[in-house]
Design a protein around this ligand. Structure first.
Ligand code: COA
Length: 208
């Protein structure tokens, strides 16, 4: 009897709950899209996050036909994220910019990947402690600090596997592959496969 009642209740209640959930997700996505310049043919999923501390939508741009499930962030005192056409950014992946991160076309970024072009904190211990103190009291600084930044570029057709980290100053070549869990601190040539920590070339792809 109890099973029948719960079955009937879920049949009655579930459809409107799903409709409500769909509506809330659409509202959330519409709100996120206002903080970035995302081509109308590109899709932002409800689990995506847009953190635009510059409050200038043109600092986060996504081209045509791309799919974003991860987080795109620009700091208040600098940073720009540019994603090309037909790209994918997986769930739990974070692209955080304090300078400039440019991702080409047809780039696949798996889940839980971190691409960061800034150290985010100072190297000097006294400056780092003071910087953190100011951050928690007043939010992200709007002025330049001694935090080291260097642009990151990811070439067309690259594939970054899950849990990889791409550090500041790195350029990943066209068609390159970064193995799962790799930490990339040096440039990766076109059509190279790199893996490990620190990432090293494990083979070169034979491209016609
Ligand atoms: C990058 C990848 C595709 C490379 O595969 P591959 O070319 O078939 O490489 P192999 O399995 O032949 O391994 C070659 C060597 O590199 C090492 N290696 C491969 N991937 C590695 C990794 N992620 N980290 C560390 N070492 C790795 C292997 O141990 C092997 O070392 P050895 O020659 O000393 O035995 C694969 O390692 C990978 O990361 N797969 C994850 C796919 C993924 O992200 N899927 C999620 C959906 S997008």
């Amino acid at each position: 009897m109890r099973d029948v009642v719960s079955d009937v209740l879920s049949r009655i209640l579930l459809p409107p709950i799903l409709v409500l959930e769909g509506g809330l997700n659409r509202l959330k996505v519409a709100r996120l899209r206002r903080n970035a310049a995302i081509h109308r043919s590109s899709r932002l999923y409800p689990e995506a996050r847009i953190c635009n501390f510059q409050k200038n939508p043109s600092r986060i741009r996504v081209g045509r036909g791309s799919h974003v499930r991860g987080e795109l962030l620009v700091f208040a005192n600098g940073g720009e994220v540019v994603i090309g056409d037909n790209c994918f950014v997986g769930e739990g992946s974070r692209i955080w910019s304090g300078e400039r991160i440019v991702i080409g076309d047809n780039v696949l970024i798996s889940h839980n990947v971190n691409i960061v072009d800034t150290n985010a904190h100072e190297i000097n211990h006294i400056e780092r402690a003071a910087g953190f103190h100011k951050l928690v009291r007043g939010g992200h600084p709007k002025y330049k600090t001694n935090v080291l930044t260097a642009p990151v570029a990811i070439g067309d057709y690259a594939w970054i596997s899950f849990n990889a980290c791409i550090l500041r100053g790195v350029t990943i070549g066209r068609g390159a592959i970064v193995g799962g869990g790799s930490v990339v601190s040096d440039d990766v040539p076109d059509f190279a496969v790199v893996a490990g920590n620190p990432a090293r070339i494990i083979r070169k792809l034979d491209v016609q």
